[in-house]
Design a protein around this ligand. Sequence first.
Ligand code: 13P
Length: 340
Amino acid sequence: MDKQRLVQTAQALVAAKKGILAADESSGTIKRRFDSINVESTEEKRRDYREMLFRTAGVNEFLSGVILFDETIRQNGADGTPLVKVLTDQGIIPGIKVDKGTVPLPEAPDELVTEGLDGLRDRLAEYEQLGAGFTKWRAVISIGKHTPTSYALSANAHALARFAAMSQEAGLVPIVEPEVLRDGGHSIEQCFEVTEETLREVFDQLAQQKVFLEGMLLKPSMVISGGDYPDRADPDEVAERTIDCFKRVLPASVPGVVFLSGGEPDGSVTANLNAINQRAPKADAPWELSFSFGRSLQGAPLAAWAGKVENTEAAALAFYNRARLTSAARQGTYVPESHA
Ligand code: 13P
């Protein structure tokens, strides 16, 4: 294992002011996103949309990396330049989603397990050749009356650790993503408990499978109230609970956390990230606390683009603004636009 290379990449991904754009929607997910703006999901449209994001002038001030889907890492831009080169020319590290999505976990009603370990070693070697510096694997944990079960937590944590160990063997920094879903009417206390239990299981497995903690990143959800909870916790409470929870279970040797946005509205996810970064020094949090957002960076530009070439400039501007505000929140200096 090339530890020095892993440490270097992991630290570059959580460099000051910077975070990650998750643009690794699977074919099904990008189709749903395009359906929402009435655009047919063709290979060319997906390319045009993602190329618009990647070529947004100045966005490399805020982005350290972009997570790609298998199709995109092999794709060329409209002028024939590989999209990987479009990113690396701006100092942005390309990454790759390597899981194959979720399937029902046998004998566990309402719970999912992530697939994609078969053949992974060969795929990782190929992605490394194609220019990837890091990888991502997402596991999904839901909060319900009887979930998560310890069975689902351990099956998912085991797969996350297998993925992480193999990524490091291939020289790629694994982004370990156990997403506790926001869906449901649960309280922030329940989310705290489930997040703690999930991370405990994940870090147990990472240790057992000899994952090098200094050469990985964690991509968790924040500790928040469920989306349907009537009186949702404010950013200060989210920050306090999130950092308290991590302090119990997240080793200080992990260089950084890159939060997912999870379908939380843009305003609240940005305010939450900002409150977390404002609290971090006071709370002696030892990790970089950054972002790896999909929806919260892409919602505004997707709507502005609407599949039309004449909207490219407006879409790029909307993306630039979301990246700029998210970078401010990553530094604890975010001021909501209406008050700016
Ligand atoms: P969201 O920020 O939209 O949750 O996406 C992040 C991601 O990469 C999910 O795997």
